[in-house]
Every structure is written in C-alpha cells, then in structure tokens.
Write a protein that binds this ligand. Sequence first.
Ligand code: 13P
Length: 250
Amino acid sequence: MARKYFIAGNWKMHKTRAEAAVLARELVAALKDGRHKYLIAPGFTTLETVAALIKDSNILLGAQNCAVEEQGAHTGEVSVLQLKDLGVQTVILGHSERRHIYKEDDGLINRKVRLALKHGLDVILCVGELLEEREDGRAEAVCKRQTVEGLKGISADDFSRVTIAYEPVWAIGTGKTATPEDADAIHAYIRKVIGELYGSGAAESVIIQYGGSVKPDNAAALMAKENIDGALVGGASLESGTFVPIAKFS
Ligand code: 13P
C-alpha cells in the first residue's frame, strides 16, 4: 500500500499571534497545490488565530501537547476538550522535550495518547534515543520500549489514527541529522514492532515521520528511503522560506 507523505511543522515555543498569522497565511498560499499531507502545530496561545486562517486549506491543525486529565483542577494545563474546541485535529505527544525537560514518562504519555484518541483526535507519538543510548547500542531497545509502552491498551482501530515520529534526541536542534540510512534502519525496526503489535497490515500502512534537523537540503534524501514517510520539522518550520521547500520536496 502506498503511504502518503506527511510533513508537519512543530513551532515549539515560538511566535506571537501576529507572527503566527503571517506564517500561516504564507503557508496556506504556498502549499495549496502541495501533494502531501500537511500539519502545523503552533503554540497554544496562537492556535485560535492559526485555526481561522487554515480552516479551508489543506493544512491540518496540531497541538504540541495536552493534559493527562480531561478537565479539572490542573493549574497551567490545557485539556483535550479545549483543544478540540479550537479546531485542533492532531496532538503531538511524547516529544523528547516533554520527555527530557519536563520528565514525562512512558506511562504518562500512554495515558495522554489514550485520552486524545478517545476524544477523536489523531496523535503523533514521538520516540527517539539519547546520544548515550545510541552509543551504548540501545537505540532500537529505547525506541521499542517507547513505542510499545506509548501504545499500551490502544486498539488496532484507534491505532489507525496514530503517526509515529522518530526523533533521535541528539539530532534535534543540533544541526546533526541522522544519515538517511541510519534513520531508515530505525524506521524499519519500528515498523517491525508495529507489525508485532498490530499485524502486517498496520505495519505496512503506519506513517513514520523522521524529525531532527530536517532542512531543505536534506529532506529529499531522507524521504527517498523506503521506511521514511514524512518529517516532523522544528527550526526549519518557523519560516516559509525553509518549510515550503521541505513540504514540497521531490
Ligand atoms: P529541529 O528540526 O529543530 O531539529 O526539531 C525537530 C523537532 O523536535 C520537531 O519536533
């Protein structure tokens, strides 16, 4: 089965409403004839602004995180219900910055994945090893654990709304990209793990994005690999001049 490329921009903690609006408008215009699946994930405070601008476009709206509880006394958190109310369709969960800076563990991430899916949102589940884990030969084991634990209790039906993003932590924001060969090897391994969990049909159809210093000059080589089905872009997603060439790679 042919998988459709899925290119997503994670704006992280950048942009005011005015700045977000400028970029959203540029992307709507530049990507309207794009052939791939697109998503942008602005910060919470700019979601409403961006939602209004991309509403009739081919760009989906993503959030970068959500609370583990549906609602209640959780000062400073943002609930899945609030995200849905803004028109969010997809939530990024388990990003390495959530795992490593904010100490989110596999159990917590799994609860968030289940909650988001229960409320009809799609999920991008991020996995990826630290440099020392790679150097110790544990990259596969770490990605397997994060994948298996992150997906615990999720039915095959719900899994069809999950995208996996492989983001080696040492490649994020560092300018160091995994080589297409190294990335493809981990993607193939994650695909095998998905096969063990959900069967060969799911393994064949799951979209596995690569993230970590994706730039206009390395995107095509990464995407050419059999098991790389898209990109989750950080720094280069903050300007249309760098995101559009990635989104329209050929
Ligand atoms: P960079 O593209 O800035 O390395 O960030 C990748 C990332 O973390 C996307 O979620």
